[in-house]
Design a protein around this ligand. Structure first.
Ligand code: FAD
Ligand code: GLY
Length: 355
């Protein structure tokens, strides 16, 4: 049995699976180790928004990276379908940021003008224009900033498709296998020790989400708990995703709507609370009144992996040779998964090329 690889990835969330897939496309021998089951933690709690323009101001350091990643989903969804037959349910109908007061409308109009000056595909829609596009919205809405190119996917199907495709292309994947320690010689990481075995590789990638600091203590992670719920409706109520303050409604296939999300820093549990759900349901009803008659489906919680700086770690460790970091994607790990996989695979390929 093989115990030596080009790359070992620790963590089978969307980030680890994306890296595995990109490395396999480049013919690398890959081992992915997951403590529980693939996609069981933050990656299956997400709403799946690809909100590059909605989440980031144009001068934010992640803005261009996020747009590049969002745009990569069009070819990626076809590619994954061709390799493994899973449809990641990419829906490209934009995201609306709503205004319910004149003051909010003025702020969003100013933002629209600023973005239009920078040639962005972001528009202000008046209440009349908005209601034509999304007739189920509350009649109290004053208009919306429309991020036309933003999109969404099924996070569960995306993670599964990346995992299945990596496997088809040759990755070895071990679930219920916890990495307990990095193998190191001097300052170079040479492999990992799991609860069962020891494995060796030229590169070891930490993609353990909020648990990354357990493997590499120099990573300072901040857990940010989020709760969501979903409804089923009799008829389609929305085409695009809508957002008002901290509440968003994401319309999925078959009349399912995800409603998210609470945000509680420094909390590590995934429990769903009465107050969390109540807050989300109240806001959802304010946005789409007809939702009060919808069928409640399920509720869930997850932990967003934030870093102290707020920026993800994507690239070689500054402290240890052979160690690569891919963690801390906070609110945008689904969005940034495509570009993270590519950037890490580029780095590993260039290292091999140079040596
Ligand atoms: P995870 O999915 O947490 O995966 C890490 C994996 O590492 C886990 O499976 C864990 O078991 C494993 N692991 C940990 N330690 C070890 C070990 N020692 N050995 C082996 N395996 C280990 N992002 C978006 O882009 N759009 C959204 O709409 C969105 N909505 C969200 C809504 C909510 C409520 C939440 C909570 C998050 C949301 N996010 C969203 C953020 C997104 O879910 C995360 O940024 C992303 O899933 C992080 O992926 P990850 O692979 O880094 O972490
Ligand atoms: N990106 C949405 C969330 O984290 O709730």
């Amino acid at each position: 049995m093989r115990t030596t690889y080009d790359a070992i990835i620790i963590g089978g969330g969307v980030i680890g699976c994306s890296i595995a897939y990109e490395l396999c496309k480049r013919n690398k021998r890959v081992l992915l180790l997951e403590k529980e089951t693939i996609g069981s933690r933050a990656s299956s709690a997400a709403a799946g928004m690809l909100g590059a323009e909605m989440e980031f101001e144009t001068d934010h350091p992640l803005y261009l990276l996020a747009k590049e990643s969002r745009n990569a989903f069009t070819p990626l969804s076809q590619e994954l379908f061709d390799v493994c037959g899973i449809d990641i349910e990419l829906i490209q109908k934009g995201i609306y940021e709503l205004a319910f007061t004149e003051e909010e409308a003025d702020d969003l109009k100013r933002e629209a003008a600023k973005r239009r000056d920078q040639d962005e595909e972001v528009f202000w829609l008046s209440a009349e224009e908005l209601i034509i596009k999304e007739p189920a919205l509350s009649s109290l809405v004053k208009g919306a900033l429309y991020f036309e190119k933003d999109a969404q996917v099924s996070p569960v199907k995306l993670t599964r498709a990346l995992y299945q495709s990596a496997k088809i292309l040759g990755a070895e994947i071990k679930e219920r296998t916890e990495v307990v320690e990095l193998l190191q010689t001097n300052n170079r990481v040479t492999g990992v020790v799991t609860t069962k075995e020891t494995f060796h590789a030229d590169s070891v990638i930490v993609a353990c989400g909020v648990w990354s600091s357990e493997i590499e203590p120099s990573l300072k992670m901040v857990p940010v708990k989020g709760e969501c719920l979903s409804f089923k409706t009799q008829r389609p109520l929305l085409t695009g995703t809508v957002k008002y303050k901290n509440c968003y409604l994401v319309p999925k296939r078959e009349n399912q709507i995800f409603v998210g999300a609470t945000s509680t820093p420094h909390v590590f549990d995934e429990e769903v609370t009465f107050s969390g759900l109540f807050e989300l349901m109240e806001k959802a009803k304010q946005i789409v009144p007809e939702l009060s008659g919808a069928h409640f489906e399920k509720a869930w919680g997850g932990i967003r992996p934030q870093t102290l700086s707020g920026q993800p770690y994507i690239g070689p460790s500054p402290h240890k040779e052979g160690l690569i970091l891919a963690t801390g994607h906070y609110r945008n790990g689904i969005l940034l998964s495509a570009i993270t996989g590519k950037r890490i695979a580029d780095h590993i390929e260039s290292e091999v090329y140079q040596s």
